[in-house]
Write a protein that binds this ligand. Structure first.
Ligand SMILES: [Fe+2]
Length: 197
């Protein structure tokens, strides 16, 4: 078997937990990311999600059905495995807090394949870098908006404090608890493999 590693890094002016929230917010995938078509959850619990979708390949434009398994490995590390007909991929998202509201997001893609699949690794490298760039650009407004909302004291399902004097910056103490709440009976029940656990 042959392996290839591609690393992409970005820095954003948010706390790490905002990045984690964005990574685990499932409902934005279809509406925000052009590469996702109609993702369906098969398994979802506190640290893990498994879903399938038809992913649009960057630059080429064709869609490939893929199975995605993702787990929150530690407080700052999320690991995802993706199986397509072309390859098996692992990507590791590692968050490093650089400042009070500054975080480095390092994504390491590891591909494995046989000798014939490995001939396509140079092309995959370009596609993965383009994928990372596209997803980063599409997610960035969500992250910055979430950070700004926390700085005004926004809480999920409560909103902003009605008293303006109570609108304090809570971003430094914000903790993204998993799973991120989703609207019920919209996503999960649409797939016959969904496990209600
Ligand atoms: Fe996203």
């Amino acid at each position: 078997m042959k392996n290839m590693i591609v690393t992409c890094e970005n820095i954003v002016n948010t706390v790490p937990e905002v990045i984690k929230w964005n990574q685990w917010d499932f409902e934005h995938l279809k509406s925000v990311h052009s590469a996702y078509e109609n993702p369906k959850i098969l398994v979802s619990n506190k640290e893990t999600i498994v879903f399938i979708d038809n992913f649009k390949i960057p630059l080429i434009g064709i869609r490939l059905k893929s199975l995605v398994y993702s787990t929150q490995w530690s407080d700052k590390i999320q690991i995802t495995f993706t199986q397509t007909i072309l390859f098996l991929a692992k990507n590791t998202i590692e968050l490093t807090q650089l400042g009070e509201k500054k975080t480095k997001v390092k994504v390491t893609y590891e591909l494995t394949g046989n000798i014939f699949q490995s001939l396509l690794f140079p092309i995959y490298k370009i596609l993965l870098q383009k994928w990372n760039s596209n997803v980063w650009i599409e997610d960035l407004p969500l992250k910055l908006r979430r950070q700004k909302a926390l700085e005004y004291g926004f809480q999920d399902f409560k909103g902003l404090p009605s008293n303006i004097d109570e609108r304090k910056d809570i971003s430094s103490t914000y903790k993204c608890d998993l799973p991120v709440p989703r609207v019920k009976n919209i996503i999960e029940t649409n797939h016959i493999y969904y496990i209600n656990k």
